[in-house]
Design a protein around this ligand. Structure first.
Ligand code: C5P
Length: 245
């Protein structure tokens, strides 16, 4: 008899550790929903900057998070082209992110959002609002949910918990290459500095810091190709290398 397949899979880890690449591929392989929770915190941050809400005004940012409508839709850019391999053939997006109906898919990846997203996501009220929505999305099962606190806080009873890590230099290199591939100018040292600051805030905040869940399986992807990480995660999923309750 084949071992059962985990229905809720969480992938946590720092920025550019491979979570979203692996999460997307694993979800496609299993025909599960892929949900990247980072986009929610990014959408709130984008909206605060856009509407002129001061980032250090916790009450105002929290009120914004509570009322903002965030939708994550399939990756069709409004150009009539169907996705290829789950991605939009024109600009390569994995999904479309809408904030109050506006397409902010790329706006939430700017240096300004990178610089402010960690302080915004450290506010407990912002987290409460986002976590409630994340639990609703996961309630149906068959989901790969990616973030910082998914295995520890959002879905502590998940069937399989993975934690991806890599050296900060390697993660900065990956992010630098991604940004360059989109045709944008960027400086490696600036990317590295921004990543270090984000790691520091995400790991040291009081509410739901970035932590390895006690029952998570840790993969260090520093010297691993995407194919190797995917093969290892598929082996864990399908080989019963996890324990169902
Ligand atoms: O994963 P990504 O880099 O897009 O996440 C952006 C930021 O959102 C993180 O640096 C972190 O501050 C926050 N985040 C979080 N909890 C999550 C996902 C993301 O605090 N579950």
């Amino acid at each position: 008899m084949n071992p059962p397949t985990p229905s809720t899979i969480t992938i946590d880890g720092p920025a550019a550790s491979g979570k979203s690449t692996i999460g997307e591929l694993l979800a496609r392989h299993l025909d599960y929903l892929y949900f990247d929770t980072g986009v929610m915190y990014r959408a709130v941050t984008w909206a605060a900057l856009y509407y002129g809400v001061p980032i250090d005004d916790e009450a105002a940012v929290t009120a914004l998070a509570e009322r903002l409508r965030i939708d994550v839709a399939p990756p069709n850019v409004d150009d009539g082209c169907d996705p290829v391999d789950g991605r939009d053939p024109v600009d390569g997006r994995q999904y479309t992110v809408l904030a109050d109906g506006a397409d902010v898919t790329w706006e939430i990846r700017t240096p300004a959002v990178n610089a402010h997203v960690s302080p915004v996501s450290a506010y407990p009220g912002v987290r409460r609002a986002m976590v409630a929505q994340q639990r609703r999305v996961a309630a149906g099962g068959r989901v790969v949910m990616v973030g910082r606190d998914i295995g520890t806080v959002v879905l502590p009873d998940a069937d399989l918990k993975l934690y991806l890590d890599a050296s900060v230099e390697e993660r900065a290199r990956r992010r630098w290459r991604e940004v360059r591939a989109r045709g944008e100018e960027t400086d490696y040292d600036a990317v590295l500095g921004s990543m270090r600051r984000r790691d520091d805030i995400d790991s040291n905040r009081e509410d739901s810091p970035l932590r390895v869940a006690a029952d998570a399986i840790v993969l260090d992807t520093t010297d691993m190709s995407v194919e190797a990480v995917l093969a290892e995660t598929e082996r864990l999923v399908e080989g019963g290398g996890w324990t169902a309750e």
